[in-house]
Design a binder for this molecule. Structure first.
Ligand code: MSP
Length: 507
């Protein structure tokens, strides 16, 4: 597998006034699987955080009878708790109210102004506070926000603001999209953004002057919340001073986002960076939406899935597994507790959990739990290309395909047990064959725990330890995914079932 340059992945920063739900967890889990896989090859870093400025937050704070500062501080802990609840370990959590973020945002603004891309003007047009988006009259649908997920009423603004000469970057953006189709994936989002570019780009108002909850600009007004939010990806790296060398090491990185915010990340953000003389992100992946029985999750429909309730019922790892196995990462898909329960019992309980349980039980019975001499043969050959294949899938955000690939080994090992019948080998004293088979099972399980670690860190660690290995499977693949690393004589340590069967809920 090739050496990789330092790897950096981010999630969107979530609106602090929203409620954490399974959709937010989905993006954060995906970023975590990606960064854990990247870390198996070299230095890697991840970022998440909260988006805390803007008119919507100011209004919500006022409604709660709090200052905006007190309001956002009261909400930050529940967002901080979201990723750890799913065992997603981010290297940094940025809040746009952090002083470091204000410093970077103002420096970027000044750099762009010095380069002649920022000018003063009057914004006269519509604004959707829910989406924090400016909309020209012609784009409205029935006089409402044109975002099909929103369709709320919009308000008329007439404000003296700063503008970014975004229109000047259209040709460069088109050239960039053409030269690097992998810049934005999946293809459907790429096509959508190309169509936007072909329709033309207007300059963007990047400040607001009718309220003051934002990063104050010299001379008055505050930075427009989306302009401020996008900058988080480099303020967390310490640009421009870069005291810890993080920017120099990790930028440019890649962004994982939901499909509805592709325009901000792939048109506006690269242009902002270019304007300041900085490189654009390496890639943006705009994933699909989780729905509930095909419907958008919303408070008014009463169908919002509480991520913490799912953890309560299944534990974090099965939910991580389910979300990434259920559908290709670019597609919308519908979630239900019933589907989760089914996959838990079949894929995790019957396939993986049973494989571990019966392999270690047979080793216990026939060889006192001691790993035999390394075998050579079919499994070894089968596994040779697997790490590169899995890595390639994950790096291209084909999480489901990577799991499908890993599962071929689970299926193969289960089938081998059924076909070769170790109990018969034992009965007929075919000791060499039995040793080879038991070694294959244990070494195969060791590989599985390394490959599955990014998806199910706690369960993969349990597997690792039941195999009698120390520490965790968080290791460099180049060192560990080598056939025969499991030493003969290792004392295995069978434990409790990995995925105890879930009984159907009482009717
Ligand atoms: N604050 C902005 C992002 C600024 S990034 C510089 C924002 N916040 S948000 O709270 O609305 O979060 C949106 C993101 O949450 C989506 O882009 C996606 O990553 C995730 N999801 C929220 N709901 C989702 C689903 N129902 N399904 C899948 N992911 C969704 O937009």
């Amino acid at each position: 597998m090739p050496d990789q340059r330092p790897f950096y992945v981010t999630t969107p920063i979530y609106y602090i006034s929203g409620t954490p739900h399974i959709g937010h967890a989905y993006t954060s889990i995906a970023a975590d699987v990606l960064v854990r896989t990247a870390r198996a090859h070299g230095p890697a870093r991840s970022l998440t955080g909260t988006d805390e400025h803007g008119q919507k937050v100011a209004a919500a704070a006022a409604a709660a009878g709090l200052t905006p500062h007190a309001y956002v501080d009261s909400l930050a802990p529940r967002w901080r708790a979201l990723a750890p609840a799913f065992d997603a370990r981010f290297d940094d959590f940025i809040r746009t109210t952090d002083p470091r973020h204000a410093r970077t945002s103002l420096a970027l603004f000044e750099r762009m102004r010095a380069n002649g891309d920022v000018y003063e003007g009057v914004y006269e047009g519509w604004y959707c506070t829910h989406d924090e988006t400016f909309w020209p009259e012609a784009k409205l649908v029935d006089g409402r926000c044109p975002n099909p997920e929103c369709r709320r009423s919009v308000e008329w603004l007439s404000e003296k603001n700063w503008f970014f000469r975004l229109s000047a970057y259209r040709d460069r953006l088109i050239a960039h999209f053409r030269a690097k189709p992998e810049f934005l994936r999946p293809q459907a989002r790429y096509n959508e953004m190309m169509a936007v570019l072909e329709g033309g780009l207007e300059d963007l108002s990047i400040s607001r002057s009718s309220f003051d909850w934002g990063i104050p600009l010299p001379g008055g007004g505050v930075i427009y919340v989306w302009y401020d939010a996008l900058i988080n990806y480099i303020s967390a790296l310490g640009w421009p001073d870069d005291p810890d060398g993080l920017y120099a090491t990790f930028w440019p990185g890649m962004h994982i986002i939901g499909k509805e915010i592709a325009r901000f990340h792939t048109l506006i953000w690269p242009a902002m960076l270019w304007s300041a003389g900085l490189p654009e992100p390496t890639r943006v992946f705009a994933h699909g939406w989780i729905t509930v029985e095909g419907e958008k999750m919303s408070k008014s429909l009463g169908n919002v899935i509480d991520p913490f309730a799912l953890i309560e019922e299944f534990g974090p790892d099965p939910v991580r597994y389910f979300l990434l196995r259920e559908a290709p990462f670019g597609s919308d898909f519908s979630i239900s507790v019933e589907k989760l329960r089914q996959r838990y019992n079949s894929d995790l309980g019957n396939d993986l959990g049973n494989l571990l349980r019966r392999s270690l039980a047979m080793l216990q019975k026939y060889r006192d739990g001691l790993v035999p001499q390394p075998s050579e043969g079919a499994l070894q050959e089968r596994l040779t290309d697997l790490p590169a294949l899995v890595n390639e899938h994950v790096m291209c955000l084909r999480f489901r395909e990577a799991l499908d690939e890993i599962w071929t080994v689970v299926t193969y090992l289960n089938r081998t047990i059924d076909e070769r019948k170790p109990w018969e080998l034992y009965k007929h004293n075919r000791a060499n064959e039995l040793d080879a088979l038991l070694y294959d099972l244990c070494e195969g399980l060791r590989w599985l725990s390394l490959l599955l670690f990014p998806y199910m860190p706690a369960k993969a660690t349990e597997m690792w330890q039941q195999l009698g290995l120390d520490g965790t499977p968080e290791r460099l693949w180049a060192d560990e995914l080598v056939w025969g690393r499991l030493a003969a004589g290792t004392q295995t340590n069978p434990g409790v079932a990995l995925f105890p069967r879930l009984e159907p809920p009482a009717p």
